[in-house]
Design a protein around this ligand. Structure first.
Ligand code: F3S
Length: 466
């Protein structure tokens, strides 16, 4: 049998065939037969064996992260060393994740700016970039810091040493020099950021702060991965992030649905517990699909904050709220009993009088302040009420006469920070705190404070106990 005949025999088989099964096969024909076999079995094998360098180039071409001419320029340092370094970090992380390219962002929000959380290492890191001449390439806002920059005495039981204040000031100075919008809030969406910078559904941003990330993706349709503080800082300087995860259409489509039954409007505490439950059972890498009723925006906010606290999820597709098509890929439905959520809430409510009632994690909206003021005006309670909010919401509340009303009820207003990112827990270990925020409950408990869950509407009931 000639080599040509063997080749024909293989072609007729219309599929890869081993030369060893062909009758009258002569080993003298082995090279040509093998060549033909490889041809039919796939060009890639020939490449690997005969032209390994071609294979390496093809694989690199497929897997490598594509950079535009502008990005190459930045990487080569034409826009300064700080921007080159920041972009290099983004590229390295993108490559590690398997991203195909980078995308330009319209806005960045930097978390991890509290000295309490990042310590001296964080100060050095941020100051280091400022010293390199870094400037933010896109509008950039920042999360709460470790104390109320407008009133150093507002956090109950906490006094600040000069060195602590100076360290926080160094962080703020560096961020300001780089061009940050110092809003000091974890609810940039209540502080007018989307309106001021024209952010709309489908826009790409790089936000830190898990609760804000989840709100951006799930409620506003603004796309962001859950960036750590340093990565959000790098993205803000580079003006870009990697095209991966929540930036990609297909990655936002849910495959598992969680249905709360019976359909009762969840208050802020029940919503927080729902976030915890979904976070514990959801295993799919895509966002969960939530079919539930929420009693207003504050409940949605608390649900998303809780989801981001217990898991690393950056989004939930909430039926009737998320402004995009879920995509019809749901293949599993999980029923969550409302009665179970209720029971979980009851088990974590205070049975004894508490010292502090804490509202405003994530930072309060004007609607929440209105509701709280209405309740507080009706009751007299021994517990100190502490409310955290952004400076911008404070100014709105001031205009509406709400600040005055709240202060008359003896409530303490904390701006620019909160009980979690400030040193509150270090100074208040024996204090009992009730909060309507699952996130605050979770972190205060972890920091050693005796924390409980409590709805705003339960304050009246608590008043009768005290
Ligand atoms: Fe905001 Fe502090 Fe809660 S930063 S989300 S109020 S832990």
């Amino acid at each position: 049998m000639t080599a040509a005949k063997a080749f024909l025999c293989i072609v007729k088989a219309k599929a890869p065939v081993s030369p060893l099964v062909i009758p009258e096969f002569k080993y003298a024909d082995v090279c040509l037969v093998l060549f033909a076999w490889y041809q039919l079995s796939g060009f890639a094998i020939v490449c690997v064996l005969r032209f390994p360098w071609v294979f390496v180039i093809v694989v690199y071409g497929v897997l490598a992260l594509y950079l535009s001419a502008e990005e190459e320029r930045i990487l080569r340092g034409f826009e300064g060393e700080a921007r080159a370094r920041a972009l290099e970090v983004i590229v390295r992380v993108g490559e590690a994740l398997g991203a195909s390219r980078l995308i330009e962002i319209k806005h960045a929000h930097i978390s991890g700016v509290s000295y309490e959380n990042i310590g001296d290492f964080g100060v050095e890191f941020i100051e280091g970039f400022r010293a390199l001449g870094a400037r933010f390439s896109v509008p950039t806002s920042v999360n709460p810091v470790s104390y109320d920059v407008d009133d150093l005495s507002s956090i109950p039981g906490v006094t600040f040493e000069r060195s602590y204040v100076e360290a926080q000031e160094a962080i703020v100075r560096a961020l300001r020099d780089m061009g940050a919008d110092l809003i000091y809030t974890c609810t940039p969406y209540y502080a007018g950021i989307p309106e001021v910078y024209g952010l709309k559904a489908g826009d790409h941003v790089a936000w830190g702060e898990s609760s804000a990330v989840a709100y951006a993706n799930s409620v506003l349709g603004i796309r962001t991965n859950r960036e750590g503080g340093p990565l959000a800082l790098m993205a803000a300087i580079a003006g870009r992030t990697y095209y991966y995860g929540m930036h990609v259409d297909g990655e936002r489509r849910p495959r598992v649905s969680y249905i709360v039954e019976p359909r009762v409007a969840l208050d802020e505490v029940e919503a927080g517990v729902l976030g915890e439950v979904v976070a514990r059972i959801h295993r799919d890498e895509r966002p969960p699909h939530i079919v539930a009723l929420f009693d207003g925006d504050s409940s949605v906010k608390e649900f998303l904050a809780s989801l981001g606290t217990v898991s690393d999820m950056a989004m939930a597709h909430i039926d009737g709220i998320t402004p995009e098509d879920p995509g019809g890929e749901v293949r599993e439905k999980v029923r969550i009993d409302y009665g179970d959520l209720e029971r979980e809430v009851r088990e974590r409510m205070p049975l004894e009088p508490v010292d502090i009632i804490y509202i405003g994690c994530p930072h309060s909206s004007v609607e929440e302040l209105l509701r709280l003021a209405r309740v507080l005006e009706r009751v007299t309670i021994k517990a100190k009420v502490v409310i955290s909010m952004s400076r911008s919401i404070y100014l709105k509340a001031l205009k509406l006469g709400l600040v005055e009303k709240l202060r008359k009820t003896n409530a303490t207003i904390v701006r620019n920070t909160c009980l979690i990112v400030s040193p509150f827990a270090r100074y208040n270990r024996d204090v009992r705190v009730a909060t309507n925020s699952y996130k605050a409950y979770h972190y205060l408990s972890r920091k050693g404070v005796k924390a409980y869950l409590m709805r705003v509407k339960d304050i009246e009931q608590l008043a009768q106990q005290t």
